[in-house]
Design a protein around this ligand. Structure first.
Ligand code: ATP
Ligand code: MG
Length: 419
């Protein structure tokens, strides 16, 4: 991509109503633009990252045998009345009437819609097990939308729902999907933890959360220093959070330590809560069985903010290769007055594209200083500096975004680095 024909527009300062680093940096980098409280447009740079995350998730879900569907965002309230959740879910549900005076909600989650779909589609044990998923905008009228896309009102979620004939196979499916989640978060290359959690208004018997560790995280997580015990502190019976570090672990093994985390995924064993209230059942020999369900969410858009909270410095974002909108920025110095620089840049660009490297060629008509600080701000893993001098000496400065270390490489070494 050539920056001169890309919408590469950054801001020097973040708006005054932004608190969290990720919110400030995403706005300054030109990834998102607010339109109302907790509601954002995604600009080309931000959308590119969102799509990369989506693709990693989709690939792993598909590999694991989950089937992609797309359910409507607009949901009849009557479905929510069947489970009694219109009242339970509370004011986060945003509703409206159609011209025929029928009530609808903008979907905050899809248990009701998918259970309705399943009772129409699943007719016998032969249709089981089945896991359906979608990647779709959700709407929740959050009481305090804040921190940009971290806690938005409209946000992108991957939500999956599993259907099994009995409890044991539901648990097996749950474990399989947990493994898929682990693969996804490994590929995203973030420092994350899986912890036991409270099931909240979604319900069911057991749930675990995936957290990206970051000091700014809203959730407090407790870990044993001697066992695998890890939970969201909301589960621990304690009067004073400060007392947790050093407390005996509830599993009797070791002492607790605490860290802050950002919830990016949540997986639930729902059991038959929804199948019973919505009459989702099959006949197995002579027995009528209510299906056993699980549900599995990932906050796709929140992952970007969480990654930035975990990886940034005073110059901007530090993306890893999996999330970065580009693999490399080539900064052209004074290309306006020297056609040889443009020729070399095109050569680099084509050669790197052939190697599968996604390059942003910064050929904008602005000062080198702006180009460097923008490259640092948007967090691309490498910058290469291309000037008259570097061409003449066949010596190109390569800056690594993570530690800002520099090395000089010949053209051949540079291609070798990226191949
Ligand atoms: P939270 O405790 O943060 O409100 P939740 O328990 O309401 O989350 P789930 O219903 O489990 O969240 O939704 C699945 C995932 O969607 C969450 O793990 C989170 O990553 C993401 N998510 C939830 N609410 C928001 C929001 N308002 N903005 C962005 N992402 C969200
Ligand atoms: Mg919530």
């Amino acid at each position: 991509m050539k920056a001169s024909s890309y919408h590469y527009k950054t801001l020097k300062d973040a708006p005054s109503d932004t608190e969290l680093v990720s919110h400030k940096l995403m706005i300054r980098a030109g990834m998102i633009k607010p339109i109302a409280s907790g509601i954002y447009s995604w600009l080309p740079l931000g959308l590119k990252i969102l799509r990369k995350i989506e693709n990693i998730i989709r690939e792993e879900m598909n590999k694991g045998g989950c089937l992609e569907i797309y359910m409507p965002m607009v949901q009849p309230k009557s479905l929510w009345d069947e489970t009694g959740r219109s009242d339970e879910y509370g004011p986060e549900l945003l509703g409206f009437k159609d011209r025929g005076d029928r009530d609808f909600y903008l979907g905050p989650t899809h248990e009701e819609v998918v259970t309705d779909l399943a009772r129409k589609e699943i007719n016998s044990p032969k249709d089981l097990p089945l896991t359906l998923y979608q990647i779709q905008p959700k709407f929740r009228d959050e009481i305090r939308p804040r921190f940009g896309v971290m806690r938005a009102r409209e946000f992108l979620m991957k939500d999956a729902y599993s259907f099994d004939l009995d409890e044991q196979s539901m648990r097996d499916t749950y474990s399989k999907i947990k493994e898929i989640y682990i693969k996804i978060f490994e590929k995203l290359n973030l420092d994350y933890r899986v912890v036991n959690a409270d099931s909240g208004s979604i319900g069911g018997s057991s749930s675990e959360e995936f957290h990206v560790l970051a000091d700014s995280g809203e959730d407090l997580l407790a870990f044993s220093d001697k066992s695998d015990f890890a939970c969201n502190v909301e589960l621990i019976d304690q009067d004073d959070v400060e007392k947790i570090p050093g407390m005996d672990s509830p599993d009797g093994k070791g002492k607790l330590d605490v860290k802050r985390g950002i919830e990016v995924g949540h997986i639930f064993q729902l059991g038959n809560k929804y199948s019973k209230s919505m009459d989702l059942k099959v006949q197995d020999n002579n027995e009528i069985k209510y299906l056993e369900m699980g549900c599995y969410g990932i906050g796709v858009s929140r992952i970007i903010a969480a990654s930035i909270e975990q990886n940034h410095d005073d110059k901007g974002i530090i993306f890893n290769k999996a999330l970065s909108p580009f693999d490399l920025v080539i900064v052209l110095i004074n290309q306006k007055n020297d056609e040889s620089i443009n020729l070399k840049a095109n050569h680099f660009y084509e050669k790197l594209n052939e190697l599968g490297i996604d390059v942003l060629l910064d050929d904008r008509d602005c000062s080198p200083g702006i180009k460097f600080s923008d490259a640092e701000l948007i967090g691309v893993p490498y910058q290469v500096i291309l000037s008259k001098n570097s061409i003449e000496s066949n010596s190109y400065e390569v800056v690594s975004r993570s530690d800002l270390s520099k090395k000089l490489l010949t053209e051949e070494e540079l291609f070798a680095l990226f191949s």
